[in-house]
Design a protein around this ligand. Structure first.
Ligand code: SF4
Ligand code: SF4
Ligand code: SF4
Length: 209
């Protein structure tokens, strides 16, 4: 079996809460570790014994009991924000792996209930402890798992794009500073000239944009 298709098939069995309780940065990295490094199949608390059974059947491996060092299997939970106490710091938005929280800087935040995977990754970062995990109103279905996979991938792509944009910005800043730095030890007129040239380059770039 080709290794990437095996990763897809394992990923398809995993619950997609993206909770990281398996010790990996989401369901797909855990699927990769199982497929490529022989990682144990009993590290996913949200999947519980049914999930382990499904992995064991898929991979023709013996069924194991859940490794409770990763956490316990329990009913699906959902995050709710006590909006009266939210200070709008956005830390929960940054922590949410599936973009299930809406809000903006200094504005109250809200959880989109049917997007929430119950992963609880937003709880610890909240500086005013105003996020609670409560029993979910609806059960976790294969459709919700598929949606969570898509939302997580969209978020990953956005973060990758932001990362490459900021890396490019940092590289441009360094490139701009290099001629100025090279002039730093020379006479004041040369330094002024180097700074004027750097500013002209920045203005030209802004005009192009
Ligand atoms: S649901 Fe959580 S524990 Fe299970 S594979 Fe996905 S990230 Fe890992
Ligand atoms: S709102 Fe909180 S519990 Fe729900 S998916 Fe996002 S981080 Fe996880
Ligand atoms: S982390 Fe807490 S205080 Fe900050 S925006 Fe989220 S809910 Fe509000």
């Amino acid at each position: 079996m080709h290794s990437s298709s095996l990763v897809d098939r394992i990923d398809a069995v995993l619950p997609q809460t993206q909770c990281t309780k398996c010790g990996y940065d989401g369901c797909r990295p855990y699927a990769q570790a199982i497929a490529q490094d022989g990682e144990a199949i009993n590290r996913c608390p949200p999947g519980g014994s049914d999930g382990i059974q499904a992995l064991a059947s898929l991979l023709n491996l013996p069924v194991l009991s859940l490794d409770e060092e990763c956490g316990r299997h329990g009913p699906l939970l959902a995050a709710v924000i006590d909006e009266a106490h939210c200070i709008g710091c956005t830390l929960c938005i940054q922590a949410c792996p599936v973009d299930a929280i809406v809000g903006a800087n200094k504005l109250m935040h809200t959880v989109i209930a049917d997007r929430c995977t119950g992963c609880d990754l937003c709880v610890a970062p909240c500086p005013v402890d105003c996020i609670a995990m409560v029993p979910a109103q609806a059960s976790w279905t294969p459709e919700r798992a598929d949606a969570a996979r898509i939302h997580h991938r969209q978020r990953q792509r956005r973060l990758d794009r932001l990362h490459s944009e900021s890396s490019a910005l940092a590289a441009r800043t360094l490139a701009n500073k290099a001629p100025v730095a090279a002039q730093a030890g020379s006479d004041p007129a040369s330094r002024q000239q180097a700074i004027a040239q750097a500013l002209a380059r920045a203005r030209a770039r802004r005009q192009q944009q």
